[in-house]
Design a protein around this ligand. Structure first.
Ligand code: IPE
Ligand code: IPE
Ligand code: MG
Length: 261
């Protein structure tokens, strides 16, 4: 236990707090496989994933990360067996209801991205209630991606832009990157600098296609229910060791650093 604590402390201490990602996005994957290890059904995995959500949220808030987006349910996930889908919706409802107090205590604002209208009415109501109840909180934003699909989000944005062009309030040559960003579910939220995916899958699965254009990707084989503070620190430490060049050369980056130091 003492050794574990030491590793825990030293990892956290390695994080440069003045170079934190402002926004971290997470694909919480591997709940089903985690449950299988214990010969339990998939829902058992989802239930145990809630603890990882709590730990990750707490760790981000403690460090000073401003936005945390968690991919909780994709539009494609409706294709899963009906009993799993309804258990997930119930779990979501219950978790949101239970967590409002803690979110308020920790000054965390809840938001959602995705086609929220397409959620079951009871889940949607609970979600909207929690969003309203936490809207004044300032320390961090916890953004749940629910019934989310990056491609649909872009289709939706394009439809909104097309209708503005049609009505004459926008001309095609006025359309720039900001026009598009402003029409996404994430309007006003900075793009994530770091994207984490658990469970060893190296793909995006339709997550934040536009917003992750220049994010650093961190893939870990850890299954989501086993993810916790320590794993998050590991991801941030690795992120901080990467050189983000944005098309420039390494020499240019070093020069800018030296000039600014
Ligand atoms: C992630 O875990 C949770 C959701 C997609 C809701 P999975 O349920 O995808 O778990 P695996 O990938 O089957 O192990
Ligand atoms: C992505 O995980 C969606 C969420 C984490 C909510 P999936 O497990 O659904 O992704 P695929 O199907 O393996 O790509
Ligand atoms: Mg999965």
């Amino acid at each position: 236990m003492i050794d574990r604590f030491r590793i825990f402390m030293s990892l956290k201490d390695k994080i440069a707090l003045d170079q934190l990602p402002e926004h971290i996005a997470v694909i919480m994957d591997g709940n089903g496989r985690w449950a299988k290890q214990y010969n339990k059904n998939r829902v058992f995995g989802h239930t145990n994933g809630v603890k990882a959500v709590r730990e990750t949220t707490e760790a981000c808030a403690e460090l000073g990360v401003k936005h945390l987006t968690l991919y909780a349910f994709s539009t494609e996930n409706w294709s899963r067996p009906q009993d799993e889908v309804s258990a997930l919706m119930k779990l979501l409802l219950k978790t949101i209801r239970l967590e409002i107090k803690t979110l308020n205590k920790n000054d965390i604002r809840l938001r959602a991205v995705g086609n929220i209208k397409g959620l079951p009415a009871s889940t949607r109501k609970e979600l909207e209630f929690a969003i309203e109840a936490t809207k004044e909180n300032k320390r961090m934003e916890l953004i749940l991606a629910l019934n989310y699909s990056g491609k649909s989000e872009l289709v939706n944005a394009m439809q909104l832009i097309a209708s503005e062009v049609k009505s004459g309030t926008l001309s095609p040559d006025q359309i720039d990157e900001k026009t598009i960003s402003d029409k996404l579910y994430t309007a006003g939220i900075p793009d994530p600098e770091l994207m984490i995916r658990t469970s060893g899958e190296n793909r995006l699965s339709n997550f934040l296609l536009w917003q992750l254009a220049y994010a650093e990707f961190y893939f870990t084989s850890v299954l989501w229910p086993d993810f916790g503070k320590e794993e998050l620190y590991k991801a941030i430490v690795e992120y901080q060791q990467r050189e983000r060049r944005f098309g420039k050369t390494s020499e240019q980056i070093s020069l800018t650093k030296a000039t600014n130091a």
